[in-house]
Design a protein around this ligand. Structure first.
Ligand code: NAD
Length: 293
């Protein structure tokens, strides 16, 4: 049965590596990497994400800054905060927690983050460069970067392989497909309008699924020996769990284990990698800005 790709373990290794580099940088040039997080409104899920990002920063010695703006702020207010962080020498990474309130234009806001500090990799210029041959973004979005990191650290060869990405969102599916292509895979994208998703997915040596539908990808969708990266996080009813639900991925895990050569569990696969990549992007940014090798 399939090897389990342990994202919890890999993310711990990455956090340890980041902590070591943060300490080395502070020691050598007296600079501490800083991450600024802008949160607009009071969505509970967003507050939770922001809190865990802050905690993760503290754990590795990155300084975190926060701007919490009320739901009824204007775009102008948000732009002012972004501009202040852009010009603050102690800030090396800026992220705007999404989704923004409906009255704001996401592109206008993301466009205002300086591309040198765009640690989420959502600035249109960074995305554009990801899509262009021979060009490279300054930052790559954290979740798809985490998927690639898992493939690399488990020694999965990508060059010349067939890959299928299920889902085409701006934050996961689309950049994941671009990254696989940059790594020289031949990539197909399966999405909500795809006619024969099972048949297409079964051609893949590498599958990345980012849809948000529990058990969408069955064992029969997977080519024997394929590597499966499951980004989905879906709550399903579970009367035996104290919370009344548990989290599963997009991929039917038990079935995938029978067919694939390696597979990520949910939870404990891609999930913990996202924040690890954010910390690593922030460190990388501070190193670049201060020309620290
Ligand atoms: P999204 O809703 O923005 O995008 C979903 C994509 O799936 C769309 O592109 C859509 O075309 C496609 N899709 C919908 N139904 C489909 C179907 N039946 N078959 C094939 N494709 C279909 O979602 P997202 O933000 O990309 O997130 C996807 C999943 O990944 C969610 O479960 C989310 O919770 C999870 N997620 C996890 C992390 C993490 O692990 N850190 C980060 C982001 C998202």
């Amino acid at each position: 049965s399939a090897k389990v790709i342990d994202g919890k373990l890999v993310s711990k290794q990455i956090k340890d590596e980041v902590a070591e580099e943060v300490a080395r940088m502070k020691e050598a040039i007296g600079i501490v990497p800083g991450l600024a997080v802008i949160l607009v409104g009071s969505r509970k899920d967003s507050q939770t994400y922001v809190r865990s990002k802050k905690k993760a920063c503290e754990a590795v010695g990155i300084k975190s800054y926060e701007a919490n703006l009320p739901e009824d702020s204007t775009e102008e207010d948000v732009l002012k905060h972004i501009s202040a962080f852009n010009n603050d020498p102690s800030v090396h990474g800026i992220l705007v927690q999404l989704p923004l309130p409906r009255h704001m234009n996401e592109e206008t806001i993301l466009n205002a983050v300086s591309i040198e500090r765009d640690v989420d990799g959502f600035h249109p210029l960074n995305i554009g460069r990801l899509a262009m041959q021979g060009r490279y973004p300054l930052f790559v979005p954290c979740t798809p970067k985490g998927c690639m990191e898992l493939l690399h650290r488990y020694g999965v060869e990508i060059k010349g392989k067939r890959a299928v990405v299920i889902g085409r969102s701006n934050i996961v599916g689309m950049p994941a497909a671009l990254l696989l292509q940059k790594a020289n895979a031949t990539v197909s994208i399966v999405h909500s309008q795809t006619k024969n998703p099972e048949e297409i997915t079964r051609q893949a040596d590498i599958v990345i699924s980012a849809v948000g539908v529990a058990n969408l990808v069955r064992g029969s969708w997977i080519k024997p020996g394929a590597v499966v990266i499951d980004v989905g996080i879906n709550p399903v009813d579970d009367p035996e769990s104290p919370r009344g639900y548990r989290l599963v991925g997009d991929v039917c895990y038990e079935e995938a284990c029978e067919v694939a050569s390696a597979v990520t569990p949910v939870p404990g696969g891609v999930g913990p990698m996202t924040i690890a990549m954010l910390l690593s992007n922030t460190l990388e940014s501070a190193k670049r800005i201060h020309n620290f090798k």
